[in-house]
Design a protein around this ligand. Structure first.
Ligand code: ASP
Length: 295
């Protein structure tokens, strides 16, 4: 059988790239980010298809309090968790927003994508949909980490917007032996966000995109990312140039409107691309069985 990725004859391998946020990740948090993204790639590689690989990789990071997704997410102004997630494949997507009793929102997004009836479900309706489909609900307090409660109380006490920009959203893009490209993104949004605020993450073409030739996942300042439809812009540019260049140019469109963040991509030929205009981005991907990473 022909190897999709190098024209060889050996076993077909999954390709996967993940990110764990783009921002000024402090030195003392680098190690945890590296471990988190590496673990996510490893988990993804254990799966047999791109849907399961993206879900497994993102679940790993949703369960890891290092990241702003699932357990340990930032709290909104009311001190509550509100999670958004999306999974996309071949110009289709499943998305959820504003859920706070789902431990792994990417798994619910995957279910919505698989059911192919509607694209996007929010809040209580999304949680009802989860329950009806065997995804159990948790107490939202189980997702709240002491560290985040402290952060929230400090912000309240100081009574001003947080000065640092934290962008610890997680994402993954995988390509399997069936040439299926799946992308996913999951987030708790920004710290102290207005209740009900939804960023770029669950918006198809903004925080996540996949068609039959390329997939992409974004992180960063959601208000700008959605204005330039960052991940869709990468896909459009990719029709005219190499993937790496497409990522660079899409990021420069983001910068032009004063936005910042990062994007990861993978095309059907197995090429990876990424770009960011923040001091750091946590990222890992595989080359065969080897995992490469950087923060
Ligand atoms: N883009 C996300 C949002 O604005 C935040 C992040 O990337 O961490 O909700």
């Amino acid at each position: 059988m022909r190897n999709l990725f190098n024209g060889g004859t050996d076993t077909l391998l999954m390709k996967i790239i993940v990110h764990g946020g783009a921002w000024a990740i402090p030195d003392d948090a680098v190690e945890d980010h590296l471990k988190g993204v590496t673990r996510a790639v490893k988990r993804g590689l254990e799966e047999k298809n791109a849907f399961d690989a993206v879900e497994a990789a993102i679940n790993t990071m949703e369960d890891d309090p290092t990241f702003d997704a699932g357990y340990g997410s930032f709290l909104n102004q009311n001190g509550e968790i509100e999670l958004d997630a999306i999974m996309a494949e071949n110009s289709r997507f499943g998305a959820v927003a504003g859920v706070n009793r789902i431990k792994n929102p990417i798994s619910l997004a995957k279910k919505i994508l698989a059911d192919n009836e509607v694209n996007f479900i929010i809040g209580r309706g999304a949680e009802e949909y989860a329950e009806k489909n065997g995804i159990s609900l948790c107490d939202s307090k189980e997702l709240i980490l002491e560290r985040e409660l402290k952060r929230w109380k400090k912000i309240k006490k100081e009574n001003k917007k947080p000065r640092e920009f934290f962008h610890d959203t997680v994402g993954a893009v995988a390509l399997d032996k069936y040439r299926t490209i799946v992308a996913g993104t999951s987030t708790g949004g920004t710290p102290n966000k207005i209740p009900g605020r939804v960023g770029d993450t669950p918006l198809f073409g903004a925080g996540c995109y996949a068609d039959s030739s390329v997939g992409a996942s974004a992180t960063g300042y959601g208000e700008s990312i959605m204005r330039v439809l960052l991940t869709r812009t990468v896909a459009d540019l990719y029709k005219k140039m190499e993937l790496k260049q497409a990522c660079k140019e899409a990021l420069s469109a983001l910068k032009d409107i004063g936005g910042y963040g990062g994007v990861i991509t993978l095309d059907v030929k197995g090429n990876f691309g990424y770009s960011f205009n923040t001091p750091r981005m946590a990222c890992a991907f595989n080359e065969g069985n080897k995992i490469k990473f950087f923060v």
